[in-house]
Write a new protein. Sequence first.
Length: 140
Amino acid sequence: MAIVRFNPFFGPSWLRPLNWDDEQEWPELTMTEGLNVFEEDNKVVVEAAVPGIPEEKVDITYEDGVLTISGKQEEHEEEKKKNRVVHKMQRVSSFSYTTYLPRAIDEKNIEATVKDGVVRITAPVADAVKAKKILIKKSK
């Protein structure tokens, strides 16, 4: 029989701590998704969700087979009345994706576009790793 470590956020209700009742709301668990990596017509394509971030705030780097997409935007709002701050808001939106690409690519021909909150990066597969047809010679 395997030993299973207790996790209060998963499992049957009898495993929950005694001070929590069924009517009390459990903490919301979130998972950040939004990165797709696939191949299309001898190209490696990466799509990453970047909602609300303008394209000039998105940074893309590629080094040793690792692609990193990141960005950050800050908004500040302050309302003053008679030299007093009545309302102050600061909103920071940021993201960071890091992934290995499935195949070697031609680093000189990487292209990136942003449309409707999605960064699309395309890079042709390197000639060295493309499939090659091997001719069969007739045996004597």
